[in-house]
Design a protein around this ligand. Structure first.
Ligand SMILES: O=C(O)CCC(=O)C(=O)O
Length: 285
């Protein structure tokens, strides 16, 4: 097991749906990553096309207003960013937390909050609602790229929602579909998160800490309220591990992988679509 991952971190992940690995990445790693993210933001602001190497996930998505930046799908568009992630212990640490034998990187999201606008808060959601996947190994790895104190937009989660047997119909779901019976309404997710007795955990973090968040875990972020200058940066990457199989999700508006001949219902996502960048090897006898 990776030295930064302990049994108690794994137990917390299984119990409440989040693992907190302190000091997971180095200052040098964060500096390289921040440099790539800032260049991507500069490119997108100037309209320069990204250096794309995959058309599978399409171009980067960029939201940039009122001190709030949301940057999606940089990983497959910027080779430099892939290098920073691949030449790190990140896949191994996440694999040890979730118990996976292989790791395929999938979709990334960067969330930067600079102002004090209440809208810098991330609304309650879970990640799996639109996923076309079955299995447990599809977590987000969220890395605090700055200190994230209580007043600097920390993530908050609904403890144990990772154990839900059902799924939710996303507020972004396709209109006019009858969801499968194991999909519950989105309002139920919101009611649970806002209930007076909800077991909400707030995850303050130091720069370099990693949170591994189960894809069922209901989460959000508080708004940035600090009077201090500076920004709050969270980089997240969704991973696909060894128990994941493709499962058509009729509620998804733009279903990833749909129409690709190589992707088969009930089968793993092939390496020709998402390369495996880390595999568990047998230890010494
Ligand atoms: O960093 C944030 O504010 C939101 C992160 C998040 O919700 C996610 O990665 O799914």
């Amino acid at each position: 097991m990776h030295p930064k991952v302990s049994q108690s971190i794994i137990d917390t992940y299984n119990e409440v749906g989040v693992a907190h690995i302190q000091g997971a990445v180095s200052a040098q790693w964060m500096s390289a990553m921040t440099h790539v993210l800032d260049s991507a933001i500069a490119d997108l602001r100037s309209g320069k096309p990204a250096n794309r190497s995959s058309t599978l996930l399409g171009p980067a998505e960029f939201e940039d207003h009122d001190g709030y930046i949301r940057l999606i799908k940089i990983y497959w568009n910027y080779a430099n960013l892939r290098k920073v992630v691949e030449h790190s212990d990140c896949p191994e640490m996440v694999a040890d937390v979730i118990g996976s034998d292989s790791m395929q990187p999938w979709i990334d999201g960067t969330f930067i909050k600079e102002g004090r606008d209440p809208q810098t808060a991330t609304p309650w959601h879970n990640d799996e609602c639109l996923f076309p996947l079955s299995g447990q190994h599809s977590p987000s790895m969220w890395i605090a790229m700055t200190d994230v104190d209580h007043d600097n937009a920390p993530l908050q989660t609904l403890a144990a929602s990772n154990k839900d047997k059902h799924r939710h119909v996303s507020s972004w779901a396709k209109d006019g579909i009858t969801p499968p019976s194991n999909f519950h309404p989105w309002r139920e997710l919101l009611e649970r998160a806002h209930a007076p007795n909800a077991d909400i955990r707030v995850w303050t973090a130091k720069a370099g800490d990693m949170l591994v968040i189960h894809s069922k875990t209901i989460h959000a972020s508080l708004p940035r309220t600090t009077q201090r200058d500076g920004r709050r940066i969270g980089f997240s990457l969704r991973w696909i591990g060894s128990d994941i199989r493709y499962e058509h999700n009729p509620t998804a508006r733009n279903p990833p992988f749909q129409g690709l001949d190589a992707v088969t219902e009930g089968a793993p996502i092939p390496e020709s679509i998402l390369p495996i960048i880390w595999r568990r090897t047998a230890g010494p006898p």
